[in-house]
Design a protein. Structure first.
Length: 611
């Protein structure tokens, strides 16, 4: 058993509520000695009643009264302590639940993005995401209960040894196989859950597919209900079958051990009868010895169960701390200490940047090199899967590049503080989040430091054009979006695009990255978005990412990606004149945008393309 893990759990609990631990120790000490006190009072009560029945002694009536009064008072006191303990346990469990879930969420939201490409990370998070305060309290409560049972056992053993040594041996014998069995199955339960996590994760996912609103349309459209239900049922039954198999083995073992305990108790009764013949025992002695044997067996069995439970809980808690401390991927990041003043940044440079996803052998980016000058409008185009989004994530520092270097001026991006990058580079992704909160929240999330600055939120929405439809809504900026948390409003795709654009503008970063945010729009609507974008990013550095070429004509320079490599570079006309990859892509899409793909525009005309 790893006591370091248990001590870590104890320290964690003490930080939250030290008084709970002190009170629990006091209660455990009382409860440990209480069985012997109760046993002694029972013996005295029986002997007093026998004295009354045999000799009609008047003094025995008073003895019976005081003994009964003591029993009642002790019983009331023990019951009160038990209820108070339950209340305090629940209170600290709630505090623990809060802190544990907060720690898990903090870890999950701050790990490198590449972790989310690793199945083992998802499995680990699945195992511990249900971490509860009760599980963290278990080792401490287990140790307290262990101390309580040891006190009880010792007091009973002292009583039994004073009667006959054989009773002590018979009471202890059953504990050894119980301890071995409990430890064995505790370990097996943990590793069963450990190995079954991927299967449990899949059944949970299928349940979400069948129950969540986002999937409902497609599930019904393709008639997937029965297929998914059947798949879920098979997975669920397989997991349940393995679980029942383990439980069956454990229960059969417990039946055998219960039989052994019963046999040893019968032997103890035989010893008591033999002792009754050899020396004078009162009825109270006879009853007390029998109860002491049962109590000793029960306490020793409890010690065995508690020790095995401590071992099992230790495995779960260690898994939790491993999640908080474990590095799933080797990091090649340098110490991030430099806070960059982006108002003085002249360019961002990529030098032979290569990247491959965890567990993959193929590079998603290979030897990518280019510079982005301050205020420049860059378009990065290519077919789906060419590496455009991966490149953006590397630029944002979301992924550690596998090879090469990225510089902000002459500073390696690995040496720049992450908050300096995130505060100054604004990105809108194709799969931007549609938060089921108010419009004000959806825009304010772009810069949570200023989330209550209503005027700036409204200014950002005016720039994006969202203000026009927002003012027509019942509660304007306080209107809730979506139906997830109640009576909200559903927006169209174009309206959501403008909300996302407002969020990016509210960030007010020096570099703006648009990673196919208009892919859900038709070409005309897409051109309107990019056309209006001119005044919004006039003095900012802009990177357009797209496999559609509407934005490319607006750019100062175009980079063409294919299979993770830059194969062409230049402005629209230069690339058209080359007649290679860009030319082929543009010509295949030309009918969507313009009637004369060879027409030339002035710089101002580029920003006001009409469909």
């Amino acid at each position: 058993m790893n006591f370091k893990t248990i001590m870590a759990a104890i320290k964690f609990v003490i930080k939250i509520d030290k008084q709970w631990l002190v009170f629990s120790i006091c209660i455990s000490c009382f409860r440990g000695i209480n069985p012997l006190i109760t046993l002694w009072l029972s013996k005295q009560l029986i002997d007093s009643i026998v004295e009354i029945l045999q000799h009609k002694a008047n003094s025995s009536y008073a003895d019976v009264f005081w003994i009964l009064l003591a029993q009642v008072l002790i019983s009331i006191f023990a019951a009160a302590l038990r209820k108070i303990k339950e209340l305090l346990d629940r209170s600290i469990e709630i505090k623990l639940n809060h802190d544990l879930q907060k720690m898990i969420s903090k870890k999950a939201s701050t790990v490198p993005l590449a972790y989310y490409d690793l199945p083992e990370f998802h499995d680990h998070m699945e195992r511990i995401k249900g971490a509860q305060g009760s599980r963290f309290l278990s080792p401490i409560k287990g140790l307290l209960s262990l101390a309580e049972s040891i006190i009880t056992t010792c007091s009973f053993l002292i009583f039994l040894i004073s009667t006959h040594w054989m009773l002590t041996i018979l009471s202890v014998l059953a504990a050894i196989p119980i301890m071995v069995m409990q430890t064995k199955y505790g370990k097996e339960r943990f590793w069963f859950q450990y190995t079954q996590t991927p299967l449990a994760r899949e059944t949970n996912y299928i349940t979400n597919l069948l129950n969540e609103r986002d999937f409902a349309k497609e599930i019904r459209l393709f008639g997937l209900q029965e297929y998914l239900l059947d798949r879920w049922s098979k997975k669920f039954k397989k997991n349940a079958s393995e679980s029942l198999k383990l439980l069956r083995k454990e229960k059969y073992s417990q039946i055998a051990l219960d039989g052994l305990t019963a046999i040893l108790y019968a032997c103890s009764v035989g010893v008591i009868v033999w002792l009754a013949k050899k020396k004078t025992l009162t009825i109270g002695d006879f009853v007390a010895i029998g109860q002491a044997v049962q109590g000793t067996q029960s306490s020793i069995n409890q010690i065995s169960v508690l020790l095995s439970s401590l071992y099992e809980e230790n495995l779960y808690i260690k898994d939790f701390f491993d999640f908080l401390d474990y590095e799933y991927l080797p990091s090649n990041s340098k110490t991030q200490e430099i806070q960059v003043d982006w108002s003085f940044v002249d360019q961002i440079s990529l030098k032979n940047v290569s990247f491959k996803y965890p567990g993959q052998t193929k590079y998603s980016l290979k030897n990518v090199s280019f510079d982005i000058k301050k205020g420049e409008k860059i378009a990065i185009v290519g077919e789906n899967g060419s590496g455009k989004t991966t490149l953006v994530k590397c630029l944002l520092g979301l992924y550690d590049i596998t090879e090469g270097r990225i510089f902000i001026d002459n500073i390696d991006i690995k040496e720049v503080k992450q908050n300096s990058i995130r505060e100054n580079i604004t990105a809108i992704f194709q799969d931007f989040v549609k938060y089921p909160f108010s419009i004000s929240d959806n825009i304010g999330f772009g810069n949570v430091k200023n989330i209550h600055d209503v005027e700036q939120i409204k200014l950002a929405s005016c720039k994006s054009g969202a203000d026009v439809f927002i003012r027509k809504l019942p509660d304007e900026y306080e209107t809730n979006l979506g139906q997830l948390f109640g009576d909200g409003v559903d927006l169209s795709g174009g309206q959501w695009q403008k909300i996302a654009l407002s969020r990016a503008l509210f960030r007010n970063g020096q570099v703006v990255i648009l990673d196919e945010p208009t892919s859900a729009l038709d070409p005309k609507a897409e051109m309107e978005v990019f056309g209006n974008f001119k005044t919004l990013v006039k003095d900012k550095t802009v990177i357009f990412i797209s496999h559609r070429l509407a934005a490319a004509r607006l750019a100062d320079r175009i980079l063409v990606l294919k299979d993770g490599q830059v194969i062409e570079e230049g402005n629209h006309q230069q690339l058209m004149n080359l007649g290679k990859e860009y030319y082929k892509m543009f010509m295949s899409q030309a009918r969507w945008y313009i009637s004369d793909v060879e027409s030339e525009e002035t710089e101002e005309e580029k920003w006001s393309i009409q469909v």
